[in-house]
Write a protein that binds this ligand. Structure first.
Ligand code: URA
Length: 209
């Protein structure tokens, strides 16, 4: 699928299966999400531009590779995005963080924004938006609209699971934003859940159901 990367690394797929199992406990789900997010982060940051820095090793000077440009921004779509955020920050501790509060109305499935806080200079940075589930695509589309309104130009979207319907809607709304996911599942059910999916990601990571 154009603009969509499925991260098929065996460790990612193995951990995802454990997360999908309904008997997986809240504690295990959270731990697995943190582990898998570091692996996903590794893939979503593949291909970042490098420059060189003149350093001295104990043996001799060298021009060594280092990330180019301003610090990355990780933008978490609350609340489930925070589960991905933690592992990503383990890997890129200097990243800046944005929080976007969007919940979906359970009746209409439409996004309702209630919070937005991000670094000022989004235009000069790569913004990696995280939300475990790309379901209808409504929340992700709304989050991207808001980030672009605040100046973001270089955005990637990272999720754990995506529904084909959500990918289609998202790519139609934001064709410039590449999507990274560990799986494209079968479909959305009538309640807007991804099937087979893993249930409600927020509830599973925080034990709220
Ligand atoms: N959000 C979830 O947490 N799970 C789904 O299946 C769809 C949206």
């Amino acid at each position: 699928m154009d603009g969509v990367t499925v991260i098929d690394h065996p460790l990612v797929q193995h951990k995802l299966t454990l997360m999908r199992k309904k008997e997986t406990s809240t504690a295990s789900f959270r731990r697995l999400l943190r582990e898998i997010s570091t692996l996903l982060c590794y893939e979503v940051t593949r291909g970042l531009d490098l420059t060189t820095l003149a350093i001295e090793t104990p043996l001799e000077p060298m021009d060594a590779p280092i990330l180019e440009g301003k610090k990355l921004v990780f933008a978490s779509i609350l609340r489930a995005g925070n589960g991905l955020l933690e592992g990503m920050l383990d890997l890129v501790p200097a990243a800046r963080v944005a929080h976007i509060g969007v919940y979906r109305d359970h009746e209409t499935l439409m996004p309702v924004e209630y919070y937005f806080k991000a670094p000022e200079d989004l235009g000069n940075r790569l913004v990696i938006v995280v939300d475990p589930m790309l379901a209808t695509g409504n929340s992700a589309i709304a989050a991207m609209d808001k980030l672009k309104e605040r100046g973001a130009q270089n955005i990637r979207f990272l999720c754990l699971l995506a529904a084909p319907e959500g990918i289609e809607r998202f790519r139609a709304a934001h064709p410039d934003i590449p999507v990274f996911t560990a799986s494209i599942d079968s479909h959305l059910n009538e309640k807007g859940y991804i099937v087979p999916g893993l249930g409600d990601a927020g509830d599973r990571m925080y034990g709220t159901k």
